[in-house]
Design a protein around this ligand. Structure first.
Ligand SMILES: *[C@@H]1O[C@H](CO)[C@@H](O)[C@H](O)[C@H]1NC(C)=O
Ligand SMILES: *[C@@H]1O[C@H](CO)[C@@H](O)[C@H](O)[C@H]1NC(C)=O
Ligand SMILES: *[C@@H]1O[C@H](CO)[C@@H](O)[C@H](O)[C@H]1NC(C)=O
Ligand SMILES: *[C@@H]1O[C@H](CO)[C@@H](O)[C@H](O)[C@H]1NC(C)=O
Length: 420
């Protein structure tokens, strides 16, 4: 190296401005080369592709700088690139395999060698497309999936428009954790043609990308495969809420309570919609939505007690667990507010013991053998018509466990209130 060169180097080290001049004069804008050998390979996982590259040449000689990469990828037709900053040289990322996969990567150099300024290389690009066999019209149509009760996934489709006779469709799936793509083993058939699939035991696939391919074969014709990527939690449909109980208080309020549906649906992942109709018997009900909430109970004031009323409730996944979901079917209870037909009586002990000596004295049955530990309990009297339950606003208070209550003594309703 010449003396002039060494002197110039020292000068460059002295000031930012001179360093920039130095870089500009020696490499003219680009101080670092792009990565090399960018490659995309398909591991056969129905959506995930492996992307790898090699470092730029001579990058090992840069000891006082860090080398990173800016890796971007998308499907052709997407507006935005997904961006990853990394020091790794290999990534597995998800694509829609029915479209071309595009990737690009550039080198980022930063540290003393660049005076702590980030220097970017040019981009290198690569694309990938699975062989698109068959005509587009031969692809299956109306592909839908629902994740029932977080227990099983049911997917259905219709044969493609150009599906030949004797076509055989297959559904394959993969999610992170499976060694390789697996085939459906429980098909739904119509006239011997597979038109759907049931997949069980997918809890390991929740909150991940689930890649699905529906392809087909027919004697001499090539069929276009369908590729989709699902997220199970956004496809969940719970069963209808259970144990809907509507009770009415003397203050003309309706108390509505229900239980979360069964199955594997996480109860904390649900929200409910409650609707009410106060329609005359026989005409088409006009439902009014009264609440959408996460709680499993609600109090509604009634506009008109004299009419037949129905309450219905349905559930779906709330925003804390998913971006979207399907509503369950409704659970419905109808009742006549004025004339509940009493067919049985049941009692519910309240959780808090109540001692009301005046009342106990009045009833004269405190201290019987059923009294437990001297405590007095409050009972809510429920008049049960079929599965419908009506309870009084003021509980009838008894000491101990009520026994031998005569149903006919309660008629006419609601005069029985407080009579016992
Ligand atoms: C459910 O899937 C797991 C892997 O995710 C597997 O180990 C287990 O055997 C499966 N259970 C059934 C009943 O298929
Ligand atoms: C359908 O896709 C699976 C999984 O990629 C593959 O193993 C199978 O050979 C394909 N079948 C047809 C008919 O293309
Ligand atoms: C309640 O119903 C009766 C007859 O069924 C009707 O005459 C009355 O207007 C209703 N009241 C309200 C507030 O809807
Ligand atoms: C209930 O009371 C009615 C009259 O109040 C009586 O005729 C009937 O025998 C009673 N039934 C029972 C089970 O005690």
């Amino acid at each position: 190296m010449s003396h002039l060169g060494m002197a110039l180097r020292r000068l460059c080290a002295l000031s930012v401005a001179l360093l920039w001049g130095c870089l500009a004069s020696t490499s003219h804008r680009k101080a670092v080369a792009p990565p090399q050998d960018l490659q995309i390979t398909d591991p056969g996982l129905l959506g995930s592709l492996d992307v790898e590259w090699k470092p730029p040449p001579n990058v090992q000689t840069v000891s006082d700088c860090t080398v990173r990469y800016k890796f971007e990828y998308r499907n052709t037709g997407d507006r935005d690139w997904k961006v990853i900053f990394t020091r790794k040289l290999k990534f597995r990322v998800g694509f829609d395999l029915s479209r071309t996969a595009e990737v690009k990567v550039q080198t980022l150099l930063e540290g003393q060698c660049t005076n702590d300024m980030e220097v970017q290389s040019d981009w290198i690009y690569a694309t990938f497309q699975v062989p698109l066999q068959g005509k587009l019209e031969s692809e299956v149509q109306n592909f839908h999936c629902i994740y029932h009760d977080w227990e099983y996934l049911k997917c259905t489709w219709q044969p493609g428009l150009l599906a030949p006779r004797g076509v055989h469709y297959g559904l394959y799936y993969w999610y992170e954790g499976l060694d390789r793509a697996a085939q459906c083993d429980d098909y739904i058939q119509d006239h011997g043609i597979n038109i759907g699939c049931m997949l069980q035991n997918l809890s390991q696939a929740e909150y991940k990308d689930l890649s699905i391919c529906v392809n087909g074969s027919a004697a001499a014709t090539l069929l276009r495969p369908l590729y989709v990527t699902l997220r199970l939690h956004n496809l969940a449909k719970p069963s209808p809420p259970k144990h809907l109980v509507v009770s009415m208080s003397a203050s003309e309020e309706l108390h509505v309570a229900w239980s979360p549906p069964g199955g594997e649906t996480p109860p904390q992942c649900l929200e409910y919609e409650v609707q009410l109709t106060e329609d005359a018997r026989g005409t088409k009900a006009a439902w009014a939505s009264v609440s959408t909430q996460m709680e499993t109970a609600l109090t509604i004031s009634r506009a008109n007690q004299s009419r037949i009323s129905c309450v219905r409730v349905r559930g779906r996944t709330n925003i804390f667990c998913a971006d979207q979901g399907f509503w369950s079917e409704w659970t419905q209870e109808c009742f006549s507010g004025m004339e509940p037909k009493v067919t049985s009586i049941s009692y519910t002990a309240s959780t808090q013991p109540v001692c009301d000596q005046a009342l106990i004295a009045a009833t004269g049955i405190c201290g019987g053998p059923a009294l437990e530990g001297g405590a007095c309990f409050s009972y809510t009297l429920n008049l049960v018509r079929h599965s419908h339950s009506y309870s009084f606003a003021s509980p009838v208070r008894l000491a101990g466990k009520p026994q031998n209550i005569n149903a006919s003594a309660l008629a006419p309703f609601p005069a029985a209130q407080g009579q016992l």
